[in-house]
Structures are given as structure tokens and as C-alpha cells.
Design a protein around this ligand. Sequence first.
Ligand SMILES: O=C1c2ccccc2C(=O)c2c1cc(NS(=O)(=O)c1ccccc1O)c(O)c2O
Length: 232
Amino acid sequence: MKLTIVRHGQSVFNQSNTFTGWEDADLTEQGIAEAIEAGKRIQRHGLHFDIAFTSVLTRAIKTLYYILEETNQLWIPVEKSWRLNERHYGALQRLNKAETAEKYGQEQVHQWRRSFDVMPPLLKDDDKRQAKKERRYQLLDQKAIPSGENLKMTLERVTPYWMDTIAPQIKQGKHVIIAAHGNSIRALVKHLENLSDEDIVNVEIPTGVPLIYELNEKLEPTNKYFLENEQG
Ligand SMILES: O=C1c2ccccc2C(=O)c2c1cc(NS(=O)(=O)c1ccccc1O)c(O)c2O
């Protein structure tokens, strides 16, 4: 059984090296082009899907829809969940590289950068960046809405979604595509490949390149490859 995973293309915040997290940045023209190219590669590879999963953030949703349009599959069911959202970067959201270093110092940035369980500074309840205020998350248990996450917390809220919602669909024989974010995909890769906390911090997921896993009946990977650009 093949599983397709795609990290969304470049967003307007990526372009300015700004922490995005749960901020709802749109794709840039380049990000759209990456999504369309991913769709073309999937089409050339002859992959088809029965169901799609994505986050509730525009950049991942649009990446998925550009791929579904390119592969004439806009008709398939799509499930969106906050659990596939990017890691929540707390009060770092909307800060760029220079502002972060200036505000918190290079030493602190360096410590955060490769840590698994160190928290970023949290958003205060009255901060305008607080997700709790958005209609998008209104129906959720407000305690589940983070004001910042370490990588461990992101993994812990993505993995149950895989176990309870995505894996059963694959076991029923459905071909699945997941369009998500760097850290939510890391959670899936860590679980699928049974990687350690140390290993996963160093795994980088390229944007816009379809990652294909071939899974056995126990959903263990028997093969893994990226749909790179075919020459010619
Ligand atoms: O500061 C962080 C950081 C802080 C808190 C939690 C996680 C991270 C984190 O994961 C991270 C960071 C910086 C950089 N590189 S950077 O210092 O060049 C940088 C800083 C600010 C914005 C974007 C940048 O590219 C990274 O590549 C990261 O993966």
C-alpha cells in the first residue's frame, strides 16, 4: 500500500524567514508553483488517492488542492484537522530571524534550535496571536489549544490522529495523501520509521516534494522514496 506525504510549498512567512507556526500565512507564487509541480510528478507517477488529510492552515490546504486539481481528483473526500497543524511557536510567531536573535539572543536560539522538549516563550492569553480567539478552533476543547509547543508536544498530538483516523483508512485499503507541515510530518516520519527523539530533531522534510512510503499490512515501511524531478 502506498502512502503519499507532501510538505506545503513556500509561504509568505518562509520567504521572510519568519516563524509561522499556527499563523495562517498563504502560499507565495513560488509555493503555488511547487504544489503544481508536485501534482505533475504524482500524475506522471500514476498515483491515485481515495482520501486526503490536511491541517486547518491555508498553506497546507491550498498545497493539497493544487495537487488534487493537477491530478483530477478534487472530488475525493478531504479531512482537515488542527492535529496536522505546524508546531505552535508561541510568542516567536511572526518574529523573523533578526528579531528573534535580538529579543532572545543567539545562545537561546541555538539551545531552542536543536531541542526536543524545551518550550518556546508562550503566548499570553490576551495576545492578539492567540489561537483561542479564532472561530477555526472554537469547537475544540479550549484546553487542547496550545500557546506554544515543544517538538515533543507536537508529536504527541499528531500521533493519535495517525493511529485513530489515518491508519484505519489505510488498513481498509484506501490510498491516502497527507499535505501538512515540517514538524507535523516529522511526527509521522518518527512514528513510521520508529526514530529516536534525537534522530527526529535532525530530520528535514523538503517542501513540495512528494514523499512516498510503501507500507506492509502492519503499516511498516518496506520502501521510501521522493518523487524527484525526472530529467527531460
Ligand atoms: O529559533 C529557533 C527555534 C526556537 C524555538 C523552537 C524551535 C526553534 C527551531 O526549531 C529553530 C530555530 C531557529 C532556526 N534557525 S535560525 O536561527 O536561522 C531562524 C531564527 C528565526 C527564524 C527563522 C530561522 O531560520 C531553526 O532552523 C530552527 O529549526
